[in-house]
Design a protein. Structure first.
Length: 117
């Protein structure tokens, strides 16, 4: 089982990034997917959620209107499009897959996003 994030990096304030998380080793389409982030010295927080079919999404108030979560159940990949980035978005971003019926879940290794001029 693997969840591999990519797409992080250094971006200027106001810029955009798209994170990807490629999954393998499990039935991706059965799993709810989430993006979390953890800034230095802070607790991990939930950023965005998408249901197994992609029909339902939800966002933290701090990113609503700026971030968009999506998934491709053919490519077994979940995305996080991040626009209008600010310094407060600097964190390590993690993807999470959870099978609601059993509670089984998997985590990626994280990708660093740094917003700085």
């Amino acid at each position: 089982v693997q969840l591999v994030e990519s797409g992080g990096g250094l971006v200027q304030p106001g810029g955009s990034l798209r994170l990807s998380c490629a999954a393998s080793g499990f039935t991706f389409s059965n799993y709810q997917l989430k993006w979390y982030r953890q800034a230095a010295g802070k607790e991990r927080e939930l950023v965005a959620f998408i249901s197994s079919t992609g029909g339902n999404t939800n966002y933290a108030d701090s990113v609503k209107g700026r971030f968009t979560i999506s998934r491709d159940n053919v490519k077994n990949t979940v995305y996080l499009q991040m626009n209008s980035l600010g310094s407060e978005d600097t964190a390590v971003y993690y993807c999470n897959a959870k099978y609601e019926l059993t509670g089984r879940e998997y985590w990626g290794q994280g990708t660093q996003v740094t917003v700085s001029s």
